[in-house]
Design a protein around this ligand. Structure first.
Ligand SMILES: [Zn+2]
Ligand SMILES: [Zn+2]
Length: 235
């Protein structure tokens, strides 16, 4: 732990003392998803909430990096609680939006069922996104993320995986303390969700950043094991 006014001796001046990516957490309010800012040369935002609290989320983000430096916003999936704020976030940053190709077309067409916008009582016109492919890499600077396809909660859910830091941003596939995403929404599938949770377990993650609630740093394995135990029993 660094002491104020005193540089830790084992870092060279100017060196960045980070293993893996630097993640900032903006907790979701009410139904809003969490927003994550991945800080690096090319910072990336992940998820945008419903948009109801976009101003406060963007203000928090702007305290860390200037908004105009953010060139990419990745949606972990297209549910309204993650994507409703996309327009406001785009306007504030000028960033491009990215979403897995399995959900890109329906989102652009304004599908209110797959995006569960209808559940939120929102009409939604569709929004332009760049499709993400399974296995695609996103370079942020020192950090390079892999796009892992994690269907089950929704057909195009992804995890953004940082192998160096053993970290993943996982959307609604899995939550802390043994929670998993719903599989009963349009395009959801229990068997796929089970397989996605198990694939996350096999990564040997230390840090887990879910789309709602708290995150886990250091003890991701415990949370993933709990989730796998829970979903093994689910039907
Ligand atoms: Zn969600
Ligand atoms: Zn969701």
């Amino acid at each position: 732990m660094a002491v104020r006014g005193q540089r830790p001796k084992f870092y060279k001046t100017g060196a960045i003392p980070i293993h893996g990516m630097k993640v900032h957490y903006v907790a979701g309010v009410a139904y809003d998803s969490n927003v994550y800012l991945l800080e690096d040369e090319d910072p990336v935002l992940v998820d945008t909430g419903t948009g109801m609290y976009a101003d406060t989320a963007l203000e928090e983000v702007s305290n860390i990096v200037p908004l105009k430096r953010i060139g990419r916003i990745v949606l972990t999936h297209s549910h309204y609680d993650h994507m409703g704020g996309a327009k406001a976030f785009q306007e504030a940053t000028g960033a491009k939006l990215y979403l897995h190709e399995a959900e890109a077309k329906p989102l652009m067409a304004g599908d209110t069922s797959l995006t569960v916008s209808d559940m939120f009582g929102q009409r939604f016109k569709g929004i332009e996104v760049e499709p993400l492919r399974t296995g695609q890499r996103l370079k942020l600077g020192k950090t390079e993320l892999q796009v892992l396809h994690m269907p089950g909660h929704s057909p195009g859910s992804v995890a953004l995986y940082d192998p160096v830091g053993a970290s993943a941003i996982v959307g609604d596939t899995v939550f802390c303390n043994g929670g998993v995403g719903r599989w009963d929404l349009p395009g959801g599938d229990l068997a796929e969700l089970r397989s996605s949770v198990n694939r996350l377990r096999e990564l040997g993650l230390k840090n887990l950043y879910p789309g709602h609630g708290s995150y886990a740093e250091g003890d991701a394995k415990m949370h993933l094991d709990m989730a796998a135990g829970y979903i093994a029993e689910a039907y």
